[in-house]
Write a protein that binds this ligand. Structure first.
Ligand code: SAH
Ligand code: SF4
Ligand code: F3S
Length: 462
């Protein structure tokens, strides 16, 4: 047993946060204790993201800070794990502050690597050599077992947990680094997924979010049938204790209607779809290698709204992709107006080394233009959300309570001497209200008294 202290920090997406949670469980099992403070830590682990340059820059600046700390505490062990570790490998290990570099597929080794680094004070590198080669069955089993053994809701929001259903991605959108850091698409066996959900439910988890980069392409052949996402949703719905089931992220091609029917027919499946469009210009969509046109995308949203009335839809966009003109951007604005999203995540194009867009296209759009388009698109979406959200006034919504709100000033509801809590509806709307902290992880009914583009405010029904 090791009683030394580990600080772990996540810089990436939900996949990355899930990896951190699993690694945390494994380290605790090996006897380490977790600490919130770098200054108390014997080991600092940074779980990294490579999706945009900004994400990598944050990690590099954090490493600069750790290098400084190591001048007075040379025995501090620093490990870089996750997507940036896989992308940069040995180059990262050369950084003065870094002792361990470990890719996403090697995370089951982390407790052992940390022990070795503490004892031997030697640099250690473990990443996948050929990332686009399908990993061996042994490695896949090791990842599955690791996931099953250490997955928990502990480091996450009370009552909620993520469950990975797929790893990797085969889509090769021309701008995206994910296929080069997470490897080929692999669907996990449905039995392992359901076993995991049962275990989480027994631990008190009420909401699970199934994770995959293109989750609608989940496919697992077994005997004479193939399990698809709709089958998983049905099987997960049968697990006692689970109240809400979500899944992210969907890809607009190969989106089977069965998923929408599962959403409409299974009460536990939340009527919420995160389905990025990325652009509204067919020229740009083609250059992005997305495989659909703007009108095909909008047709899919129309179908989703027909089959699942009341469905909430969220999107992602990249502005300033190479060669994006004002006219292309205007097409994106038009698509956002037509799509009537609940919310959108908007990113400025960031060239990623090794991707096709970076190899073949010049980053032509100046940063100030990217910034302006980003702000404009967000304003268009906020206007739509602000107007739409008024329809919630006076309605009572069921929310899953997450805990105290981090931005208490947001809530102008009367403060009845109780903390301001934050919760989410099944459609993923954020609701802020006053209530007892003990409600964290529970479902509650809130009457909406005020709305804004991003948040609803209300009073708890008691
Ligand atoms: N698998 C998911 C998203 C993965 S990355 C999907 O396909 O929907 C999350 C988001 O980051 C993407 O939807 C995209 O909008 C954005 N993104 C990815 N690569 C980017 C890049 N090089 N520059 C800017 N944004 C990027
Ligand atoms: Fe990246 Fe495209 Fe795969 Fe999403 S679908 S992870 S954007 S390559
Ligand atoms: Fe996620 Fe970033 Fe990796 S978005 S999969 S942590 S590159």
């Amino acid at each position: 047993m090791d009683t030394r202290k580990v600080h772990i920090n996540s810089f990436g997406c939900q996949m990355n946060k899930l990896d951190s949670a699993i690694v945390t469980g494994a380290l605790e099992d090996a006897g380490f204790t977790l600490t919130e403070k770098v200054k108390d830590a014997d080991v600092v682990l940074i779980n990294t993201c490579s999706v945009r340059r900004h994400a990598e820059d944050r990690v590099l600046s954090h490493l600069g800070h750790l290098k400084h700390i190591k001048e007075t505490r040379p025995r501090l062990v620093v490990g870089v794990i996750g997507c940036m570790a896989q992308r940069l490998g040995a180059e990262l290990l050369d950084h003065e502050a870094v002792d361990i570099v470990c890719g996403p597929a090697q995370i089951p080794q982390i407790p052992g690597l940390v022990k070795r680094a503490l004892e031997e004070q030697k640099k250690i590198l473990t990443v996948t050599q050929n990332i686009r080669r399908k990993c061996s069955d042994d490695q896949s089993d090791a990842l599955d077992n690791f996931e099953l053994a250490y997955d928990s809701d502990k480091n996450h929001i009370p009552g909620q947990a993520f469950v990975r259903v797929m790893r990797g991605c085969n889509n090769f959108c021309s701008y995206c680094v994910v296929p080069y850091v997470r490897g080929p698409e692999v669907s996990r066996p449905p039995q392992a997924i359901i076993e995991q959900i049962k275990k989480l439910a027994a631990d008190g988890v009420k909401q699970i979010t199934l994770l995959g980069q293109t989750i609608n392409s989940y496919s697992f052949p077994a005997g004479d049938r193939t399990y698809r996402l709709a089958d998983l949703l049905e099987m997960a719905s049968e697990v006692d204790g689970i109240r809400w089931i979500r899944f992210i992220t969907s890809y607009p091609v190969g989106f089977d209607e069965s998923i929408l029917h599962a959403m409409a027919d299974l009460p536990k499946v939340c009527p919420y779809l995160h389905i990025p469009a990325q652009s509204g210009s067919d020229k740009i969509l083609k250059a992005m290698n997305r495989g659909y046109t703007a009108s095909e995308y909008l047709d899919l949203l129309t179908k989703a709204r027909r089959i699942v009335p009341g469905i909430a839809i969220a999107g992602d966009f990249i502005v300033g992709f190479p060669s994006e003109t004002d006219a292309d951007f205007a097409a994106t604005v038009q698509l956002v107006k037509k799509a009537k999203y609940k919310n959108c995540f908007i990113f400025k194009y960031s060239p990623r080394p090794g991707t096709r867009a970076d190899d073949k296209l010049t980053d032509t759009v100046p940063d100030d233009v990217k910034k302006r388009r980003n702000v404009e698109l967000l304003a268009v979406q906020n206007q739509i959300s602000g107007e739409y959200n008024k329809c919630f006034l006076g309605r009572t919504l069921e929310v899953l309570v997450e805990g105290p709100s981090k931005k208490p000033h947001l809530n102008i509801a009367e403060n009845a001497g109780r903390p301001q809590l934050i919760g989410r509806t099944a459609t993923d709307y954020i609701v802020v209200f006053n209530g007892p902290e003990s409600l964290a992880g529970e479902l509650a009914e809130v009457e909406i008294t005020k709305t804004s583009p991003l948040t609803l405010f209300g009073k708890i029904r008691e």
